[in-house]
Design a binder for this molecule. Sequence first.
Ligand code: CA
Length: 480
Amino acid sequence: MTRPNIVFVMSDDHAAHAISAYGSRVNSTPNIDRIATQGARLDAVYCTNSICTPSRATILTGAYSHVNGACSIYSEFDYRVPTFAEVLHDSGYQTALYGKWHLGVTPKANPQGFDDWRIFPDQGEYVDPLMYGPDGEERVEGYATDIVTDLSLGFLNAVDRERPFALLVHHKAPHRPWVPHPRHAELYPVGSIPEPETMWDDHASMSRVVQDVRMTLDDLTLADVKEPVPSDLEGDERWRERSSWKYQRYMRDYLQTIQAIDDSVGTLLDWLDAEGLAENTVVVYTSDQGFFLGDHGWFDKRLMFDESLTMPMLMRWPAEIEPGSHVEAMITNVDFAATFLDMAGESAEALPAQQGRSFRPLLRGETVEDWPQSMYYRYWEHDDPEHHAPAHYGVRTATHKFIHYYNDGLGTPGSSDRVMPSEFELYDLVADPAELTNVADDPSYAEIRRDLEAELARLQELYGDRPYEGPDTPRLDWSV
Ligand code: CA
């Protein structure tokens, strides 16, 4: 078979539960859904470190954060670590990357292995964004999502049809601060958006460090909600009403920015269909991680709860994937690079540091007997000044999740005692899929906890990571 083209669309912070193909209760994404109805919906894809830079570095390299070195958003990606894009480029693919990069802004952190690239520095801007490219920087007029679409079409229209291409379409949206295009201003008006069932979770059984994260709806700022909180909603006793008020405005803007991405996906699918290239082009839609959409009363990501851990992933490849198929096996973003290389007929060994496995057979509907039944997670960015999310690691299986917060430096602020004991969470995902009740200290779960602790240790060793062993253990600090 001729090597397939790859169109890899990735948005930023787009939770699966804001895609109608995944049963969204809050919005409609007809074009993204086309990928699912004409291809596969993957239902258990997890990121291994739920934050932008690390997930992107993991996707490119096929390696965990502690192996590729990009552990936090303050990490600059080391250009010497090989990526799947470089392998595809070296094997004759025409390659391009447009949009969010977020792996450093110094020249040595520029994208490698692309015939053409234009990126937003850092987080990027929604309107008239600054962009970097091989010829330097320029301010580009227009709306970021549409600019990325236009650049992508420009590349597609110029490709040599005799050779395969790999196009990375990496949108800034729907990342904070959620600035929609005016054409979507009427959608999802304030007051119309259903609140999630877990919005008033009291976090009572959770770890203290999780209770203390500043990711509650009430933590949304004026810049997030775009208008001052009405004076009658001020005061400690009105926090619920205020949270609902902020939720409606945050979600309106978040969902509107997604609509421009849905437009973009429609444009690219239409182009492939019209040009007769759909059959042997792999179209991927994913996001660098999930997001809390008021779930547990939160926004943002970072934590290992499913809304943040889960990545949406839809793939269309008519030559190989049955329309309307589902993949339920557990996959992580570590597996993406090996899969792309497999599709392109390249060996995963072309990336010596990669730790993933190709899930191409799963897309064909095959059963892989020794496919992993658990995944390892580690969030390294410790107690950043804005969100105060704690570093932690954990394991997820199809039925349970176990999390270890090691809490170094999280004692009482201002006190000389900055060491808190570790805290643990265990969720029974069958009895409690919403993850509302931490049963880590429930005696009836003692045996399950022991098994999960053993599995966590096994995975840490397997992937070359090491457990936290006290304040002297080397760890990454948000400030470096
Ligand atoms: Ca992100």
